[in-house]
Ligand binder design. Structure first.
Ligand code: SF4
Ligand code: SF4
Length: 77
């Protein structure tokens, strides 16, 4: 799997202002069946570590602070 490098290019974006991973939240990481979300060591917030996604949506739905946005490609909508 390629490592995601540019946040703006990945399908799942986390709003660092809203993310409370620094307070111990791991919900999106726990619910993702592909294990592509992880904690960014620099920011302490969740981010998309691998650019791979099934667009199954629990990360966005279960985030307690609505910090996760899944950008579903037009052809999959
Ligand atoms: S579920 Fe939301 S608040 Fe929790 S780590 Fe993921 S993005 Fe951050
Ligand atoms: S939409 Fe599904 S596969 Fe994609 S990051 Fe969220 S939980 Fe993981």
């Amino acid at each position: 799997m390629p490592t995601a490098t540019q946040i703006t290019m990945v399908p799942v974006v986390v709003d660092n202002e809203k993310c409370i991973a620094d307070k111990g939240c791991r919900t999106c990481i726990d619910v993702c069946p592909l294990d592509v979300l992880w904690i960014d060591e620099k920011t302490g917030k969740a981010h998309m570590r691998y650019d791979e996604c099934w667009y199954c949506m629990p990360c966005e739905a279960d985030c307690p602070t609505d910090a996760v946005t899944v950008n579903i490609p037009y052809l999959l909508r």
